[in-house]
Design a protein around this ligand. Structure first.
Ligand code: BG6
Length: 478
């Protein structure tokens, strides 16, 4: 469905995210007919450039970062006609009058802050001062949203000076992923799972987001963040919320976000022995983290595994094990819900442990499988065997050529005014409130990450985190 007409201003419009994700994504939405005829995108950045220069830059970006749509030269020609450019000085006066004169009345105004968070305040203030933003405008901000609770609160306060919470769209691109939204469909669209979704039937839950990429080229950012700030505080926290939250009464922005917030607030503090930090070292599979990050003395974690508990009735004593890492053996994100053992077996001689496991593959090879126990065929009596009831979404539904990627979907949601898949300010703060003491503990102890080989499944200690509870991680396979 096409959205209402809009003027979307991208501050940082010449930057990496704009060229790699935002503009190629908008082009795909344009091709699929979702962008209304007069919608415009206005790049704003420091460098001097005219519309023609910007259009050429975005042509090249689509050629470099787009997929098959980059062959559509006629489409690209039509798309870049929608682009404009204003050279702007975020902290000074230059360019703001031109921007104001360019904006049209009667269309949705959205402002994407694809710039360093230190500029958010200056941008918000100038948008108001020059009468460019009004009460119906929207702003979009990217992670990192702060680096601890204090800085996140300060950012929220800065934005709140000029914008109402209902105008602020904090992006966590994991929420824009089809399979992440599918977590809610699976839980709340089936009668089968929800009755079992609690401590009576679930032994534990595992969340894995393993990546094969290292931190080459972005060491200066990553080395100051590490896996906790870069992945756990946001993306993995969101996955945890969607798996653990109570059913919202309706699928609506604040109702869903209220339920997620309750989960974060119920997270117990994590003890040092329940966390393993790791850093990859060079192997036949690749260079070391320190080489990638260009910091030979770095103690930043490129891997994190932890065990946590949610202190509420539903999840009493159910551990959540979560892990994420760079340069691991395969790219694989999966959530596994491991059900409890049978309380009693009627099959004499069957001593094996049979467990139902629901695993949801977020990427790649999106799908889900349910491990079920059946009779092993043959005359040997009632011998049991565990087999997967496996569904790959692309097989079940057919490949969807036009499926929007996370950014495209989220930007269209901004224009639609739908905040369901965006983080609310209090959610982000609650996530930092849980993360802060963990990071402070590492700093106070001068914690040194455990080494793991590039291309492996992470440090040995991460295996132990589970083994000592009599459990084990699922295999990481791409
Ligand atoms: C980003 C992190 O937010 O998410 C990156 O900063 C990470 O370090 C990326 O690689 C992972 O996203 P995806 O969509 O590739 O799983």
């Amino acid at each position: 469905i096409p959205v209402d007409s809009f003027d979307l201003v991208i501050f940082g419009g010449t930057g990496d995210l704009a060229r790699r994700k935002i503009l190629p994504g908008l082009f795909r939405r344009f091709r699929s007919g979702q962008m209304p005829a007069e919608a415009r995108i206005i790049g704003a950045a420091r460098s001097e450039m005219d519309d023609a220069g910007y259009r050429q830059m975005i042509r090249e970006a689509i050629a470099e970062f787009g997929s098959e749509e980059k062959q559509d030269t006629a489409g690209i020609d039509a798309f870049v006609e929608r682009l404009h450019y204003v050279a702007i000085d975020a902290t000074g006066e230059g360019g703001w009058h031109q921007l104001r004169d360019l904006m049209r009345d009667g269309v949705i105004r959205a402002f994407y802050f694809s710039v360093a968070p230190s500029l958010f305040g200056a941008l918000a203030e100038r948008l108001h001062q020059h009468g460019i933003a009004d009460a119906s405008s929207r702003i979009v901000v990217e992670k990192p949203f702060g680096r601890d609770l204090a800085s996140a609160k300060a950012l929220n306060a800065t934005l709140a000076e000029h914008f109402d919470e209902s105008q602020i769209y904090r992006i966590d691109h994991y929420l824009g992923k089809e399979t992440v939204q599918n977590l809610m469909a699976v839980r709340f669209g089936n009668v089968l799972f929800e009755p079992l979704w609690n401590s009576h039937y679930i032994d534990h839950i595992q969340i894995t987001v393993a990546e094969t990429v290292g931190v080459t080229g972005r060491g200066s950012y990553y080395d100051k963040s590490g896996a906790m700030r870069d992945m756990v505080q946001n993306h993995l926290m969101q996955l945890l919320c969607l798996i653990a939250m109570e059913p919202p009464s309706i699928y609506d922005a604040d109702t869903v976000r209220d339920e997620k917030l309750k989960v974060i607030r119920a997270l117990q503090p994590v003890e040092p022995h329940q966390i393993v930090r790791g850093q990859y070292e060079a192997s036949a599979e690749g260079p070391s983290y320190r080489e990638d990050a260009e910091n030979p003395r770095s103690f930043t974690e490129s891997f994190l595994a932890l065990k946590c508990h949610i202190a509420n009735w539903r999840w009493a004593k159910v551990p959540f094990y979560i892990r994420t890492g760079k340069r691991m053996k395969a790219r694989s994100s999966e959530i596994a819900v491991v059900f409890k053992d049978l309380g009693h077996t009627i099959f004499e001689g069957d001593t094996a442990r049979h467990r139902n496991i629901l695993s949801i593959r977020l990427q790649p090879n999106e799908g889900m499988d349910l491990q079920v126990t059946i009779k092993e065929p043959g005359p040997g009596g009632m011998r049991l065997v565990d087999v997967p009831l496996d569904m790959t979404f692309a097989d079940a539904l057919g490949p969807d050529q036009d499926a929007p990627d996370a950014y495209e979907r989220l930007i269209m949601d901004v224009i639609r005014g739908n905040q369901t898949l965006f983080m609310r300010g209090d959610e982000v703060e609650a996530a930092w409130a849980w993360t802060d003491p963990i990071i402070e503990g590492w700093e106070a102890r001068n914690d040194v990450p455990k080494l793991y080989d590039a291309g492996s499944a992470g440090p040995e200690d991460a295996m132990m985190l589970m083994h000592r509870d009599g459990r084990r991680w699922r295999e990481i396979k791409g």
